[in-house]
Write a protein that binds this ligand. Sequence first.
Ligand code: G1P
Length: 268
Amino acid sequence: MLPVARKPIVQYVVEELVSNGIDQILFVTGRNKTSIENHFDTDPELVRTLSATNKKDLLQEVQFDEQVANFFYTRQRMQRGLGDAILCGRNFAKEQPFVVALGDSILGINAQSKVVSHLTEVFEERHASCVIAVEEVPMDQTVHYGVVDPAEGDGDCFRVRNLVEKPKPGEAPSNLAIAGRYVFSPLIFDLIEQVQPDSRGEIQLTDAIQTLCEEGKRVIAVKLPPGERRYDIGNFPSYFETFVEFALADPIYGPQFRCFLERVAGKK
Ligand code: G1P
C-alpha cells in the first residue's frame, strides 16, 4: 500500500494487469494487510464526497467496481517465502495457466506496459511451462534478484538453462534479473511443494522453476523491450527514484513538481 505519486503501488499493478486483459485477480495477502481489501472495496462516503465536489477524475480512480476485473483474496498464514505465497493460489488457478505479478514492482508508467500480454503470447506460442520477464541489471545488483542462465538463444526471447536466486557478485550466470512478472503452467504447484526451505525458512519460487529446467520443461525468458522499464519498489533508493519519476509524469501536477525539484536541487 506504499504510495507512488497519487496511488498505492498495488493499484498500479492491478491497472497494469487489467490493461493486459487479466480479469480475475487473486491477491495473496497476510495478517495486517486488510488495507488492500479495503482499498479495492467501494467507499460510499468517499464516492459521495467526490461526486458532490465534482472531482470526476479522482472518482474514476477509486471506482474499482467499474473495472472489468473480479478481485479475490487469500492469506499466506506464515511468511514462508514467494514459492509458498504462489502455492496459496493453487485452488484459484486450478488446472489453468496463470500470471504472477509481484507487488514490489511496477511495469510502465500509467499502466502502459504490454509485457504481461507478450509473456502470455510467448507462453502459448512456445508451449512453455514458464515464461519469465527479465531485465539487465548492473553486475553488482544481481545479489538482489533471481538471475537466469540463458541457453544459446535468439535475442530477446530465449530458453533458460538454470536460475540462481540472489547470486553473489562473481557467481551470477548473467546480468539478467527476474523482473517480477511470470506466466506458469499449473505444473509449478507440485514442484513448489517439493522445494526444501532455504536457510531462512523460505520456499523459493526460483528453486521450483529450476526443477522445471532440470526436468527439460520449456522455461523461457523474455527481456523487457526497449522503452519498457521495471520500477523496483523493494529498496529505498529505487523507491525514491520511482516516486519522483511518477510524480514528474503526473499530467496535472508534474510540471509544477519539476520546478520545485529543480529549485530544491539547487538548479534554479
Ligand atoms: C523475488 C524473487 C526474485 C526476483 C524478485 C523480483 O525476490 O525471489 O527471483 O528477482 O522478486 O523483484 P524478493 O524481491 O521477494 O526478495
